[in-house]
Design a protein around this ligand. Structure first.
Ligand code: GDP
Length: 195
């Protein structure tokens, strides 16, 4: 995908702040530090547009990026941050659940996991929500550069097993470091967004 435009739009705290131009939305979910910001930056070929550091206090905002005036990336707050309070966790859950349930322009959720480790309990929960709400999803196994190529298949199988993933769900191998998987992921996104 040739990137002609990429822009941070808003950190939305309330649904009324979500854009109202009806462009398709691709959401990104994953635990803090999994590599979501790096993935966004690699996808849109900007070094620092998405901030590469987790912001544990900001459990209630959705970061919107508009790309090529065609699609939004919607970055969910990273989950699984140990110091977040119970009430913050609940607020997070409420916001995400409402978004997943009600957001009409949502076309696809990218569930980002670290290829090196089995998905966490929170990843499994998120996968379950997506299935429950019948939302198209693509699992992205990032940091692929961190393990030898010969182990990729085994790790992808481990991820599928832990999520009990539907065989029809795609798992895209990715590296923000090398750009591996970028074209394939754009294909998945373009297909889902109809662009
Ligand atoms: P976020 O909290 O999910 O937004 O995670 P970040 O994008 O800030 O990444 C967390 C850390 O992992 C940073 O030090 C990144 O440089 C590193 N990182 C992210 N993606 C990759 C990757 O594909 N390969 C490698 N080697 N490091 C990565």
């Amino acid at each position: 995908m040739k990137i002609t435009q990429a822009e941070f739009i808003i950190s939305a705290v309330q649904p009324h702040q979500y854009p109202d131009d009806a462009l398709p939305e691709i959401a990104l979910a994953g635990r803090s530090n999994v590599g979501k910001s790096s993935l966004i930056n690699r996808m849109i070929q900007r070094k620092n547009l998405a901030r590469t550091s987790s912001q544990p206090g900001k459990t209630q905002q959705l970061n919107y990026y508009r790309v090529n005036d065609q699609v939004y990336f919607v970055d969910f707050p990273g989950y699984g941050y140990a110091k977040v309070s119970k009430s913050q966790r609940e607020a997070w859950g409420g916001m995400i659940e409402r978004y997943l349930q009600q957001r009409e322009p949502l076309k696809l959720v990218l569930l980002i996991v670290d290829i090196r480790h089995p998905p966490s309990a929170d990843d499994v929960l998120m996968y379950g929500w997506l299935k429950h709400f019948d939302i198209p999803l693509c699992v992205v196994a990032t940091k692929a550069d961190k393990i030898p190529r010969g182990k990729w298949d085994k790790h992808i199988r481990m991820i599928r097993d832990k999520l009990q993933a539907d065989p029809r769900d795609r798992v895209v191998l990715f590296s923000s470091e090398t750009g591996n998987g970028r074209d394939q992921l754009w294909e998945v996104i373009a297909g889902a967004a109809g662009i």
